[in-house]
Design a protein around this ligand. Structure first.
Ligand code: ACM
Ligand code: ZN
Length: 677
């Protein structure tokens, strides 16, 4: 933070004397780019006078934002107001229409900006300072503007439907955090969530299922039902509700971006309109790309969506297509021959490019998940990078815009604390500090590529999030970190400075009825992961009698003997994966007395990660003849827990070679260290 303190003159101290309280230093999220402490504090009265100097665009919207904080505020159309807003054609230090300056003197608070958005964000900063100081605003000059133009939150309302009130409540919090894009994941196999007049079965059937939760729905075979069935669960946004949400968001300078999934994650559409699937056998999730009716349907839907959402971007999904049905479909195969498409990736690219042309013809652009690059990226597409950052960076190198939402930092559906203390989540371990550590535009990127990375987004997928309260619990406080990543210059960000601000903001959200995760209860990372472990095998040579799984090599040969224990999840580069079978031998270099040999395995059944059902530990002095020290058999228990189980031998022995074999009937084994004492 550029935070310049200057010594107060005697005259200033006298002026301050009018205020008996000390104004607190500004503690704002996201941290403004520059705060200079300068001049007098100012006490905003309960019924402040507001001057909105003409010409200010959106003055009604701005007055709306003011009365949310000061319900008794009144307009005073000349000098001498407590808060004055004005537009300037140029402002030193501000280049973005979302930027602003905020100056406090003993005469009042003045906010200037290039556009209405900047004034709105200046007001958000002022509102936070007002809260902090109970109306006493410290004497400061703030010059502030966002680091990135796109600062988003994605809500998945397909897996569990969330209504308009829930969405508006999140919009309220987003606005205070200066987030400006709400991406609604409106369609997925678990339920279609937007009224489309031309296709009534989407909302009479595809929006409903017999089971309340996504998990039960999956366990019972992914069935749908009629809206009128007494056991129907689900719902959808009517077009009137959509218009209302879009307008509510616009009043808070937030654009709502609709996502209509294609060509996959569309099982609910195929259930309602089976003719849109492949022949002779439909893939349960993928549209038939070779069927002209698919384009008719998608274009009709896009027509209605474009009418409802003024957003420049329409998100067309594009992720995780199985593509299996296409390989065996007479129509898809015919299209591939006709168009000379060499594989199913190019077939997907054909659909995306054709839909992009359609969206472009309406004056809009598409965003797609990073899989839309497979088979060739549509010419004007913006890529939303989720499987890491490589997709976004590759797109940026190719001259495309990219929005970063990598799973490891931005997926708000992962555990935010020790799994045993949390409601079941999809997996992962993403505490607030890890979200905050993310830098979407590292200095290592070429300078011409950096501007193509236009934003950052937190994604809340809701497979394991059945209630509104749970959804908020996963969003807050992690969304605070996303907001600061997107707004504050990287060099002004510091975890130590952010953490107490986040605690305060989180408490405030709780006081406003948000169901936040309470940072005061945070347990933190797995204790074993927080300090290195020393043991006989550390740094010794490991022979892999069976290779690790190539998707999770971790640090290769050294992983199991590097003295580093793993954290709550296997994607922290501490855990090595094995496809059902692990078999390694460690050479201690000389015969040693041994009292312990053990390894810990993680189990999290959702992603097929299991502890072994059998472990054999043997030792040898010469590397030829082995003595079996211990054999452990354990029945598989499938449950919702994340567990860590140690499989170990303890006793007295002497050996130079230690062999450790672990086997599971299916799935992946993950272990972090083979400890020998
Ligand atoms: C995604 O998480 N499938 C975009
Ligand atoms: Zn087909």
């Amino acid at each position: 933070m550029k935070y310049t303190k200057i010594f107060l003159s005697a005259a200033m101290l006298l002026a301050l004397g009018a205020c008996s309280k000390q104004a607190p230093a500004p503690a704002v999220i996201p941290q403004p780019a520059s705060i200079e402490q300068k001049g007098s504090a100012y006490q905003i009265p309960d019924a402040p006078m507001i001057n909105i100097a003409a010409p200010v665009p959106d003055s009604e919207r701005l007055m709306g934002a003011i009365t949310e904080v000061w319900p008794q505020a009144a307009l005073k159309p000349d000098e001498g107001a407590d808060i004055s807003l004005s537009i300037s054609p140029s402002l030193e230090g501000v280049t973005s229409p979302e930027g602003y300056t905020l100056s406090v003197t003993d005469q009042g608070v003045a906010i200037e900006a290039l556009d209405g958005a900047g004034l709105f964000y200046g007001l958000q900063t002022l509102a936070q300072m007002n809260r902090e100081g109970q109306g006493l605003i410290p004497g400061v000059v703030i010059v502030d503007e966002p680091r990135m133009e796109y600062r988003g939150l994605m809500l998945d309302i397909s897996r569990h439907y969330r209504d308009a009130d829930f969405i508006k409540k999140q919009i309220d919090a987003m606005a205070q955090l200066k987030l400006n894009r709400l991406h609604l994941h409106l369609t997925d196999a678990a339920g279609w969530r937007i009224e489309i007049k031309k296709y009534p079965r989407l909302t009479e059937y595809a929006a409903w299922r017999p089971e309340e939760t996504w998990k039960e729905w999956g366990e019972n075979g992914h069935r749908y039902c009629n809206a009128t069935d007494s056991t129907a669960h689900g719902g959808f946004l009517t077009q009137d509700e959509v218009r209302d949400i879009v307008a509510y968001a616009a009043d808070r300078y937030i654009t709502v971006i609709p996502e209509i999934e294609m060509p996959s994650h569309s099982g609910e559409v195929l259930a309602a309109y089976p003719e849109l699937g492949c022949v002779p056998v439909a893939d349960g999730q993928d549209f038939c790309v070779g069927n002209e009716e698919t384009y008719e349907f998608l274009q009709d839907v896009i027509d209605e969506v474009i009418d409802l959402f003024p957003s420049h971007y329409i998100h067309i999904g594009g992720d995780e297509a199985g593509k299996q049905g296409w390989r065996n479909c007479t129509r898809c195969q015919r299209l591939m021959r006709q168009k000379g498409l060499k594989d199913v990736d190019e077939l997907q690219s054909y659909l995306i490019t054709r839909m992009e042309e359609y969206v472009n013809s309406k004056g809009r652009d598409i965003i797609g998940w990073d899989e839309i690059m497979e088979g060739g990226l549509a010419p004007n597409a913006t890529v939303m990078s989720w499987r890491g950052t490589e997709g976004g960076i590759r797109a940026a190198h190719g001259g495309h815009k990219a929005i970063m939402s990598p799973g490891a930092y931005c997926y708000l559906d992962g555990y935010q604390d020790a799994p045993s203390t949390q409601p079941q989540a999809i997996g992962g371990y993403l505490p607030l500090e890890k979200v905050y550590s993310y830098n979407p535009v590292p200095d290592t990127l070429a300078s011409d590529v950096r501007p193509m990375i236009i934003g950052v987004q937190g994604n809340l997928w809701c497979e394991y999030i059945p209630t509104a309260e749970h959804a908020e619990y996963m969003i807050y406080p992690r969304l605070l970190a996303i907001a600061e990543i997107g707004w504050t210059p990287q060099e002004e960000r510091s975890w130590a400075d952010f953490k107490p601000r986040a605690e305060k903001f989180n408490e405030y959200l709780a006081s406003q009825g948000y169901h936040v995760f309470d940072l005061a209860t945070e347990v933190g990372n797995r204790p074993e992961a927080t300090q290195p472990v020393d043991h006989l095998a550390k740094g010794k040579t490991v022979t892999y009698n069976r290779r690790w799984w190539r998707q999770y090599p971790c640090n290769g040969d050294s992983t199991l003997v590097d003295g580093q224990r793993g954290g709550w999840n296997y994607n922290d580069y501490r855990w090595q994966g094995f496809l059902s079978h692990m078999d390694v031998t460690i050479d201690l270099e000389k015969v040693e007395p041994i009292t312990y040999i053990g390894a810990t395995f993680m189990q999290i059944c959702g992603p097929d990660v299991y502890r072994p059902e059998s472990v054999v530990i043997s030792v040898s002095k010469d590397g030829e003849s082995y003595e079996e020290l211990k054999r452990i058999d354990m029945e598989r228990v499938v449950d919702d827990e994340v567990t860590f189980t140690e499989f170990a031998w303890e006793g007295q022995s002497e050996a130079r070679y230690v062999r450790y074999q672990a086997d599971a009937s299916s799935g992946v084994l993950f272990t972090d260290e083979l400890i020998i004492k």
